[in-house]
Design a protein around this ligand. Structure first.
Ligand SMILES: Cc1ncc(C[n+]2csc(CCOP(=O)(O)OP(=O)(O)O)c2C)c(N)n1
Ligand SMILES: [Mg+2]
Length: 318
């Protein structure tokens, strides 16, 4: 069992992601964010549970829905916020935006908006670990939609045949934009696809942060022992539309309500209160701390300058 400080840290991280996303939603509504945004609200237990099983030197790869992944791996809220607002102090000097947060210092190799493109990248990072002979692992986050891309097959198969230390974490939120999983695949559990690659496939309740943690820990241990990759499917739900422009009217009201009842944050809060780990006044204190850190992050981002036009072609690979 995890000790009190780690349990409280899980709660704090999930809350940081939840409040961060709510703030991004608000700032977007005020026209302060260019492009669009894809919020992680409702999926917090996946990123936090997986990253808890990782070491600081381990890597992650991310998606278009990546703010939560970056926060869970330890990236700074102020620099993520600055990047989303297109500011010079952001992780990519304001030139990447919401879908391109990267922080090599904490092992966050980057987000990419090309659906499914991170799987071969994660296998490449796994190969680099193998060649360097370290005990690191890579966790590769991707969605149910990405699991229908050719890169899913290519990336996982290569990691499997070369025994690479990769955790392929499929966040099955049952929709790829407006397309329901059941309309594009006949299997219910995406983890079943692991059989095709001769690797373990595990399906967990992705709204139960401790279940995700335990499964990820097992997969990471296996990877560190040189036994190769695991496909870990975390069943979860995005509480908002696909992007800020999507009202998600294609989802039945009852389905949304049923998932809201399984909110990962509320469930974990109830659990640690029931276990006697935390009292309501401590919950309140953590909330206040997170609100303060977030306020500072927003001030930092708002007060930062935009990049100079002359910097537009710097840091470009061509
Ligand atoms: C290669 C590619 N095809 C299509 C798109 C447009 N697109 C952006 S997100 C998305 C859905 C992704 O669904 P999923 O992998 O389940 O992730 P989720 O949005 O549910 O987190 C699509 C089709 C894209 N970005 N890249
Ligand atoms: Mg999806």
């Amino acid at each position: 069992m995890l000790d009190k400080s780690r349990l409280l840290n899980i709660y704090r991280k999930m809350l940081e992601i939840r409040y961060f996303e709510e703030k991004v939603f608000e700032l977007f509504g005020r026209n302060l964010i260019p492009g669009t945004i894809h919020l992680y609200t409702g999926q917090e237990a996946v990123a936090v549970g997986v990253c808890l099983a990782l070491h600081p030197q381990d890597y992650i790869t991310s998606t278009h829905r990546g703010h939560g992944h970056a926060i869970a791996k330890g990236a700074r809220l102020d620099r993520i916020m600055a990047e989303i607002l297109g500011k010079k102090t952001g992780y990519c000097k304001g030139k990447g935006g919401s879908m391109h947060i990267a922080d090599f210092d904490v092992g966050m190799l980057g987000a990419t908006a090309v659906v499914g493109s991170a799987l071969p990248i994660a296998s490449g990072a796994g190969l680099s670990i193998k060649l360097r002979g370290t005990s690191q692992v890579v966790a590769c986050f991707f969605g149910d939609g990405a699991s229908n891309q050719g890169t899913f097959h290519e990336g996982i198969n290569m990691a499997a045949i070369w025994n690479l230390p990769v955790l392929f974490v499929c966040e099955n939120n049952f929709y790829a934009m407006g397309t329901r999983q059941s309309s594009v695949m006949l299997i219910e559990n995406i983890a079943e696809r692991a059989v095709a690659y001769g690797i373990p496939g595990i399906t967990v309740d992705g709204n139960d942060v401790l279940a995700v943690y335990e499964a990820a820990l097992k997969a990471a241990k296996r990877a560190r022992e040189g036994k190769g990759p695991t496909l870990l499917e975390c069943r979860t739900y995005r509480q908002r539309g696909h992007s800020r422009f999507d009202a998600a009217t294609y989802r039945p009201k009852e389905e949304v309500e049923a998932w809201l009842k399984k909110d990962p944050l509320k469930r974990f809060q109830a659990k640690i209160i029931d276990m006697g780990i935390i009292k309501m006044d401590e919950v309140y204190q953590i909330e206040q701390d997170v609100i303060k850190i977030l306020e500072d992050a927003v001030i930092f981002a708002m007060e930062s300058p935009f990049p100079e036009p002359a910097e537009a072609l710097k840091d470009i690979y061509a």
